[in-house]
Design a protein around this ligand. Structure first.
Ligand code: COD
Ligand code: ZN
Length: 364
């Protein structure tokens, strides 16, 4: 089957034939239906985050079950599924306390299957599976716990976006921050995930949702998803403007949704007294963000990381489907561009060049 393989940091993905082994006992063989292009994929290509190489990237996916391992009970061939990039073991401490997105076993095995091996290879060369999903390919083998069944009336592109950007963003607002109605919120970074933080905050009843982005087009687009005000820091001082918009208090919640120390520090500064900074983006591994320890204490601020929107895939992804189907969140307009698998490098450079909304591979 065809897959887009990353062999070397900074190089384009190679679209080529690779081998995919049959699913293990608790694994599922998927025909990939849609794969979203996320900045996290770029972080790996650029070397800002580390991954074993070679690797098939793609962690925002959906598809149809082709075949199941002998012990699989949750899905059958023909089922349509959202793929989770944090499938979970169900036994570790984090799974037991209801935080399966922090599963230890997944953390330990990363871009391999739970038994530490891969199903992808090219001859004798093993190929890693990003997030145990690896959906920049015609087919995938994934753990059963990474398959969230959905009804056939949900389009596959929409299902794919629920696999990352929607759940990561809306989840950060609803579950990590638990934004209170009437709050003033700032969202730094209005890309695919940031737009979902914005619509999650709107859903939670925020009074104002202030989008901050360095690209005008992104800001304009953000108003469609519930941004009440926009700030371009290259044109306007964001600190001054946020204070103006919040009667001098700063934000109740500020979200960092780009992934850098600079934007993390900015979001911290925009957080008001008693407020919460929620960091969604992963800054390059060797970067550190600085903040005043005195300000943190005197103003009793909270800093929280948000991974996968603090969601429990099997519980919260069906909730996202319901929110979409009842018109409470907008996924239609997020899907801005569709590509063929063979054009994946174009899709990635469109993301890097700041095209608005989400690009999705829908033809394989
Ligand atoms: N100030 C304000 N906005 C900025 C700045 C800046 N200095 N620099 C860039 N931006 C804007 C860009 O213009 C863009 O609009 C936006 O930030 C980023 O959007 P996208 O579409 O490029 O990126 P997303 O939304 O696909 O991804 C953002 C993440 C933060 C999720 C991603 O970068 C990341 O760090 N992921 C790691 C966290 C993780 O693993 N999450 C789960 C999988 S995604
Ligand atoms: Zn992602």
């Amino acid at each position: 089957m065809k897959a887009a393989v990353l062999y070397e940091i900074g190089q384009p993905l190679c679209i080529e034939d690779v081998e995919l082994d049959s699913p293990g006992d608790y694994e599922v063989h998927i025909r990939v239906g849609a794969a979203g292009i996320c900045r996290s994929d770029l972080h790996y290509i650029q070397g800002d985050q580390r991954t074993p190489l070679p690797v098939v990237l793609g962690h925002e996916g959906s598809g149809t079950v082709l075949d199941v391992g002998d012990k699989v009970t949750r899905v059958v061939p023909g089922d349509r599924v959202i793929l989770s990039f944090v499938p979970n073991c169900g036994r570790c401490r984090f799974c037991l306390v209801g935080k399966p997105h922090l599963c230890d076993e997944h953390g330990a095995t990363g871009a391999a299957m739970f038994d530490g091996t891969t199903r992808l290879h090219k001859g004798n060369t093993r190929i890693a599976h990003m997030g145990k999903v690896a959906c920049f390919a015609e087919e995938a083998v994934v753990p059963e716990s990474g398959c969230i069944p959905v009804t056939k009336d949900l389009p596959l592109a929409h299902a794919a976006l629920i696999g990352c950007s929607v759940t990561t963003g809306v989840g950060a607002a609803l579950y990590t921050a638990a934004v209170e109605p009437g709050s003033d919120v700032v969202v730094v970074g209005a890309g695919g995930v940031g737009l979902n933080v914005i619509q999650g905050c709107r859903l939670a009843g925020a009074r104002s949702v202030i989008a901050v982005d360095i690209q005008e087009g992104k800001l304009e687009f953000a108003t469609k998803f519930g941004a009440t005000h926009t700030i371009n820091p290259s044109v306007q001082d964001p600190v001054e403007r946020v204070l103006q918009l919040t009667e001098g208090r700063g934000a109740h919640y500020a979200f960092e949704v780009f992934g850098s120390s600079q934007t993390t520090e900015l979001a911290y500064t925009l957080t008001g007294k008693g407020g919460m900074l929620v960091v969604v983006g992963l800054a390059p591994v060797d970067e550190a963000a600085a903040f005043s320890a005195v300000d943190l204490v005197r103003h009793e601020k909270t800093i929280k990381g948000s991974y996968y929107g603090s969601t429990r895939s099997h519980l919260d992804m069906p909730t996202m489907v319901g929110l979409y189907q009842s018109g409470r969140i907008n996924i239609d307009d997020l899907i801005a561009r569709e590509y063929r698998l063979e054009d994946i490098n174009v899709a990635l450079s469109d993301l890097a060049n700041g095209e608005i909304g989400r690009g999705v591979i829908t033809r394989f």
